[in-house]
Each structure stands twice: as structure tokens, then as C-alpha cells.
Ligand binder design. Sequence first.
Ligand code: IPE
Ligand code: IPE
Ligand code: MG
Length: 229
Amino acid sequence: MNNLPAHVAIIMDGNGRWAERRGLPRLAGHLAGVNRIRSVVATLLDNQVRYVTLYGFSSENWSRPEEEVQGLFQILEDRIGQEAAEMHQQNIRIKHAGRLHELPLGVGNAIGRACSLTQHNNGMVLIFAFNYGGRQELADAARKIVEQNIPPTKIDEQIFAANLYTAGIPDVDLVIRTGGELRISNFLLWQAAYAEFYFTKILWPDFTPKQVQRALSAFTKRKRRFGGL
Ligand code: IPE
Ligand code: IPE
Ligand code: MG
């Protein structure tokens, strides 16, 4: 396919409903959701997508019942080592976007280890947005800029972008949201300024490689103008 996106960002929504429809606890949906990541990443790799950002836990998801939040952290802590080892084999570099220090040590360290293990890889960059909020990211960037004593007259878009969690990573070309909601839910507010959006009702655990291909194909038919003609 021509004109494929360089950076695809995915709001992996619908795990809870996937489980509820099967009469299972919500955590079973989160497990199915984690299991879905591998085939989706493989399909994006096949399509030479260079950057992939996955939204796994938002700053606002802390408002869920403690049991769900802790259960989700546990699933991740249990699974990330194995997944990272396989991604390492595929030359994937894992990065984190969000406030790592606010997470419990177990899951925070597990994410940190996945990032260190893969830091010298030069294939796909996989950014894991976990405990991520777009507004929090902008506030954190503003704080970092002030801490560096950058004079107000020097502050421009480049300086701002360089102080985001995603510093050095190109803007998002395509945002995919599964689960049927038509909203951004505090995801990549800055980076998605000119992204194309693809919404599908398919719940995240059901989002197959064929569906990924469909989203990519829809993207190739879009005409991007970036404000021009
Ligand atoms: C997305 O699935 C994963 C997280 C937000 C952690 P949800 O848990 O939001 O699933 P639904 O939207 O309730 O179905
Ligand atoms: C967005 O999903 C966050 C993630 C997928 C990680 P939510 O389920 O939290 O979004 P809302 O609450 O429906 O907007
Ligand atoms: Mg949801």
C-alpha cells in the first residue's frame, strides 16, 4: 500500500464490554486485550509502520474501582517481561509515555525494564502510553520548560514538542479507536493536531489483523491538507 502512516496511535477501548458480553469479569477483558497487542503490532510491522503508540491506561482511569485498577496492573506486570523479550527479538524499541513514578513499583519497574532491554533497537518504536494524560503531559512540559529557565520569548512549538513525553517522535498520522466511542479521551492532544481518525465499533480484544489492514487502507484514501489547499 502507498501513503501508509509513519505513526499510528491506538486507543485500545472495549475490554470491559467484551468481557461483560461473555458474562466474564472485566479483568478477563483486560487479559484478552493484552493478548491482542501482539498480532496488531505484527500487522503494523508488516506494513512498515515506524511508530506505534498504544493507550493502555489513562490518568482518568484511576477513578475506576481499586480492584480493576490493581488487577490491570497485575496483568501487565505478569505479562510485560515475556512480551518485551519477544519484541526485543523483532528489533522493536519500547518507550513509555506518561507518569511512571505515580505507578506502583512492580508495574513501573516492569515497564522500565522493557524500555532498558530494548533501548538500542532501531526497528519499530513502540510507545506505551500508560498512566498517560494529554493535559498532564502539557502541564509537565510547561514545568520542564520553566525549570530550564528558557526565556519566554524563546518558547515556540519546537521547544514545547521537545519537552513532551514523545520528544523526538514524529506527530501522529493515524489515530484508531476501537470500542465505538467517538472521542479522544485525553490522548495525544498535541501530537494528534493533524492526525486522521479511524473509529470502529469493534471491541479491542476482537480487533484482528484484518481490521488493522482495513484501518490502514482507509488512511491511504484520505486527503491530508494540513491547512493548505
Ligand atoms: C479499555 O477498555 C482499557 C482501559 C481503559 C484500561 P475499557 O476497560 O475502557 O472497556 P470498556 O470501554 O469499559 O468496554
Ligand atoms: C480511553 O478509554 C483510555 C484507554 C483506552 C486506555 P476510556 O474507556 O477510559 O475512555 P472513556 O472514559 O470512555 O472516555
Ligand atoms: Mg472504555
